[in-house]
Design a protein around this ligand. Structure first.
Ligand code: SF4
Ligand code: SF4
Length: 402
C-alpha cells in the first residue's frame, strides 16, 4: 500500500522553524508533519513565516501568527486579498463622535452572541483573518474572550485607541492574536482632532506608547478625505508611523454616509488619483506592509453588521440576507453575485454611480439596514458630484497610469 505522509519538511522551512519558532516546532509536530505532504503549501507557509519573523518581535504574537497560518495552510484556505478575511461589526457603542463616522455610533447595540458564534465558526473553516470593527470594539469585552477562545485565528481590531490603557494592553499581550489597528486621520493634533474630536489625537498617541511599552504589534488606518489626503498619504507620514512602531497600514476613502454627509470631505478626481497612486506605491516600494485590495471591479467585502446583515461594503448600508437566515455560504454567494453583476465604470460602484447602484440592488431585493436619515445622506446632488469626480479620476488614471 502506498505510504501517505512520508515527505519531510523542506530544509529551508525546517531551518526557519528551528531558529525562530523552536517551541512551535515541538508543540505542533504532528500538524507540521501533515503539512510536509505538500511542498507547495510548505513554500507558502515558509514565505509567511519569514515575513512574520521580520515584522513581529514579540514571541506571543509570533506564536499567534504561527497558529493562524498553520490553520490556514492545514485547511487549504487560499482566498486572497479582500476575500481572505471577513469583517465583524461587534458593537455600535463608541466613546467618540467623529464627524466622518460611517457607522452611526450613537446607535447603541451589540452583536448577539449567536451571530458572533456563527461568524467565528465560518471564519475558522473558510477565512484567513477576522477584522473586528464597530463602534469601538474595545468597549465590548467579549472581543478579548473571543480571541482567547480562538487562538488559531488572528483578529485585527479597528480602534480609536481611547480605551487602550495599561490594563487593556496587558490583556492583549497575554493573547497574542488580537492586533489593534489605530485610527489616525492626521499627522498632527489639529487635523486629527478636526475629524475625531478634541483630545483624540493625544489619546491615540498615548495608546501607541502603551502598546509599544507592552511590545504589542499594531497598525494604523486612515480615512482619506479631501482635507487630509496629502498629509496621511505622504511618504513622510508613512515613515513617521513606521518609526513610531506601526507594522501595517490601511487606507479607506471617505464615503459620505453615516448620520451626516460632508460634501467638502468627498475626494475630488485629483485626490482620488493621489490616493490610488500612493496606495500602489506604498505596496510596490514596501514603505509599510499593506494588503493589496485594488481590483478592476469591486467584488465586495464580507461585512457582518451589528445585526448580522451581510453587507458587501462597510459604507453601503443595504443587505439582502442575514447570517441567521440559512446556509451562510449560500447567502454570501448570493449577495456577492448580485454585487458583482452591477454595471458601472471603474472599481467602486458607490463612487461611480451611487444612485444607479442603489436602484439596481433595491431591484434585487436588497433593503436598507439603517435609519431613514442615514439612508438618504447621499442626496441626488451629492451623488452627481461623486460620480463626476470619479469619472474624471478614471480619465486621469487611464492617461497617466498609477
Ligand atoms: S468613526 Fe469609529 S471612533 Fe469615530 S465615532 Fe465612528 S465608530 Fe466611533
Ligand atoms: S464599494 Fe467601493 S468602498 Fe465599498 S468595498 Fe467596493 S470599492 Fe471599496
Amino acid at each position: 500500500m502506498k505510504k501517505v505522509g512520508a515527505k519531510k519538511l523542506l530544509p529551508e522551512l525546517a531551518k526557519l522553524l528551528k531558529q525562530k519558532f523552536p517551541r512551535q516546532l515541538a508543540q505542533y509536530k504532528g500538524e507540521l508533519n501533515k503539512l510536509a505532504r505538500d511542498p507547495l503549501v510548505q513554500e507558502q507557509f515558509l514565505a509567511h513565516l519569514s515575513e512574520i519573523s521580520k515584522m513581529i518581535s514579540n514571541p506571543r504574537f509570533r506564536s499567534g501568527f504561527f497558529r493562524a497560518y498553520l490553520r490556514i495552510y492545514r485547511r487549504k484556505i487560499n482566498k486572497d486579498g479582500r476575500h481572505g478575511s471577513i469583517i465583524m461589526e461587534i458593537t455600535k457603542h463608541c466613546n467618540q463622535q467623529c464627524q466622518h463616522c460611517y457607522s452611526r455610533a450613537e446607535f447603541k447595540k451589540n452583536m448577539k452572541d449567536a451571530v458572533v458564534k456563527r461568524i467565528v465558526k465560518l471564519a475558522r473553516n473558510n477565512y484567513k483573518h477576522v477584522f473586528v470593527t464597530g463602534g469601538e470594539p474595545t468597549l465590548d469585552r467579549r472581543v478579548l474572550a473571543i480571541a482567547k477562545n480562538n487562538p488559531d485565528i488572528l483578529f485585527f481590531m479597528f480602534t480609536n485607541g481611547g480605551p487602550i490603557n495599561r490594563s487593556y494592553a496587558a490583556k492583549l499581550s497575554a493573547l497574542g492574536n488580537l492586533i489593534p489597528v489605530l485610527s489616525v486621520d492626521g499627522g498632527a493634533q489639529k487635523r486629527h482632532d478636526y475629524f475625531k474630536g478634541q483630545g483624540s489625537y493625544l489619546q491615540v498617541q498615548r495608546a501607541i506608547k502603551i502598546l509599544n511599552a507592552a511590545r504589542i504589534p499594531w497598525g494604523y488606518l486612515s480615512m482619506v478625505t479631501n482635507l487630509n489626503a496629502r498629509e496621511v498619504l505622504s511618504k513622510k507620514f508613512v515613515k513617521i508611523m513606521k518609526k513610531k512602531g506601526a507594522i501595517l497600514a490601511r487606507y479607506l476613502e471617505y464615503i459620505p454616509v453615516g448620520a451626516q454627509a460632508l460634501p467638502k470631505l468627498v475626494p475630488t478626481a485629483k485626490t482620488y488619483y493621489l490616493m490610488e497612486k500612493r496606495k500602489a506605491q506604498i505596496i510596490k516600494n514596501s514603505e509599510i506592509y499593506m494588503q493589496e485590495t485594488a481590483q478592476k471591479r469591486c467584488s465586495g467585502l464580507i461585512f457582518f453588521d451589528v445585526d448580522g446583515n451581510i453587507k458587501c461594503c462597510p459604507f453601503f448600508h443595504y443587505a439582502k440576507h442575514n447570517i441567521l437566515g440559512g446556509d451562510i455560504e449560500r447567502l454570501i454567494k448570493d449577495s456577492t453575485l448580485d454585487w458583482c453583476h452591477a454595471q458601472y465604470p471603474g472599481e467602486c460602484p458607490i463612487y461611480a454611480d451611487p444612485e444607479g447602484f442603489k436602484k439596481y440592488l433595491l431591484g434585487k431585493q436588497w433593503t436598507s439596514t439603517v435609519s431613514f436619515n442615514e439612508r438618504n445622506s447621499i442626496t441626488p446632488r451629492l451623488a452627481k458630484v461623486m460620480s463626476r469626480n470619479y469619472r474624471s479620476f478614471l480619465k486621469i488614471k487611464s492617461a497617466r497610469g498609477l
